[in-house]
Design a protein around this ligand. Structure first.
Ligand code: 4AD
Length: 456
């Protein structure tokens, strides 16, 4: 269907004074005796375009200007108030009727209400802005790595090895309920792959395989976690950006993560000014200033041991006790980023017992070369580490955790054949979207959120 994007009509001077055909959905309308006005949106821009109808000249069906109706409009582009343009309608055609029971009649609905209709909420201004920022940010992430000699690899989503070892894998099976098998081993031997399989919680292990050949790689795809965390920061299916870099230690990868985040945010600021102004106005006052501050200032690097000291000295009555050796809880992360540093903080060198088997063991024998990047308002957005490149140390860490070596033979081979220092991180794409948009619930930055007890 030949037509012009509303974004182009609004932004490009070449259309002024010309006849155009546009398509879109009615977002507002009002009619008087002689004139009718409607605002159309086709999804290409946050701003709607106004169409103006001289009722003495143009005939159109009574239902044409109802909210949500899909229209095709031919008309002349003319100047409007505040330097914008509008369209003087010559012809109007209904492409899709929209009866009055269309649920999005009110101007503003709560995000909770909109969550009950994921198939319709995308038609609101908020989701128009969220999904454009999401799309631009995905492009910016690819641009960042592509322009720096990283190879984009697509790891398997169905896997036989659990990367994080936290028992959060969704099982993949084609058999299902059955009383035919005496035990798990028999069941899986008869299953599709002949062994236990699950949905990947992280592409890291396969990413390391690729990095040992291509040097610098990144993946960008979904990860799945069957964790029973019903919080505003967890979904069971999230998008995961995972670079893996050979010949890089913990501080090299921290530098890469910080540079990537700043570069990506800058690109979003350049390409989505209207969307960010919308979020600044409606969701987080001062958002644009915050983002500018992120680009201009260094992130903090803080030893885990020092973080524990700060928490103990805080005089705060935390719900979860603060002890060296225990993981930082949301309340602790918030205190450190929001009250102490007021900016992103890399907490480094965590106790080895609370972290994964693959992390490089530090000479102190107690900690690993790992870091989490914590940001105000959201908490952890990156999990990162230098990987243990020494075969014996890696085997020992697996033994301590009771892991089955046979499930990791490929991974262990990487330490046998030309092992090098290497590091990588996992960035939660929805988490950074929350940070950049000021949207406080992860369910509102993904098309169809999957959470405990809820799928649609
Ligand atoms: O810290 P995590 O578990 O690290 C890993 O999976 C590493 N293997 C990554 C790597 O080194 N390649 O997860 C990384 C990030 C978290 O910081 C968080 O942003 C996001 O993934 N994440 C989630 N996002 C939304 N919902 C969940 N349930 C998430 N779990 C992790």
């Amino acid at each position: 269907m030949q037509h012009t994007d509303i974004k182009c009509v609004l932004e490009e001077a070449q259309y002024l004074g010309k006849e155009v055909t546009i398509c879109g959905w009615v977002r507002t309308s009002r009619e008087s005796k002689t004139m009718a006005f409607a605002e159309l949106n086709d999804g290409t821009s946050l701003t709607h375009i106004q169409i103006v109808i001289d009722r003495a000249q143009i005939e159109y069906p009574a239902t044409a200007l109802r909210l949500g109706t899909a229209l095709k409009v031919v008309g002349d582009v003319v100047e409007a108030r505040q330097g914008s343009v509008e369209i003087n309608v010559k012809n109007i055609e209904i492409l899709g009727e929209c009866p009055l029971e269309y649920p999005l009649q009110k101007k503003r609905h709560t995000l909770e209400f909109l969550r009950t209709m994921p198939h319709l909420r995308v038609r609101t201004n908020t989701f128009n802005a969220v999904f454009r920022v999401r799309s631009v940010m995905a492009g910016a992430i690819h641009n960042y790595f592509q322009s720096r000699n990283y190879t984009y690899v697509n790891p398997p989503l169905i896997t036989g090895s659990d990367c994080e070892g936290a028992g959060e894998m969704f099982k993949v099976t084609t058999i299902g309920y059955s009383t035919e098998y005496k035990n798990e081993d028999e069941y899986y031997a008869d299953d599709f792959f002949g062994k236990k399989a699950g949905l990947s919680v992280s592409a890291q292990l396969e990413g390391e395989v690729a990095a040992m050949a291509f040097g610098k790689i990144y993946t960008f795809g979904p990860s799945f976690r069957a964790e029973n965390s019903n919080t505003p920061r967890h979904v069971a299916e999230f998008w995961h950006v995972e670079p893996e870099v050979a010949f890089a230690d913990l501080f090299d990868i921290i530098g890469i993560a910080e540079d990537m985040i700043k570069t990506v945010i800058k690109e979003v600021m350049d390409k989505c000014p209207a969307e960010l102004a919308f979020f600044d106005k409606h969701f987080e006052n001062g958002l644009i200033e915050k983002l500018q501050g992120i680009i201009e200032n260094d992130f903090e690097i803080l030893e885990y041991t020092k973080a524990i000291e700060l928490l103990k000295e805080s005089g705060k009555d935390f719900v979860y006790p603060v002890e060296w050796g225990s993981d930082l809880q949301t309340e602790h992360e918030r205190y450190i980023t929001e009250e102490v540093f007021k900016k992103p903080v890399f907490v480094i060198n965590y106790p080895k017992d609370i972290k994964s088997f693959y992390m490089k063991q530090n000479p102190d024998g107690k900690t690993v070369a790992a870091t989490d990047l914590l940001v105000p308002g959201v908490g952890e957005i990156i999990g990162c580490s230098e990987r243990e490149a020494d075969l014996q140390k890696l085997l020992e860490a697996m033994r301590v955790r009771g892991m089955n070596e046979e499930d990791y033979t490929d991974y262990l081979d990487l330490r046998r054949f030309g092992s090098v220092p290497h590091s990588g991180f996992g960035l939660g794409f929805e988490r950074i979207l929350m940070y950049v948009t000021g949207i406080s619930n992860i369910r509102d930055v993904i098309l169809y959120p999957r959470t405990v007890g809820s799928i649609r």
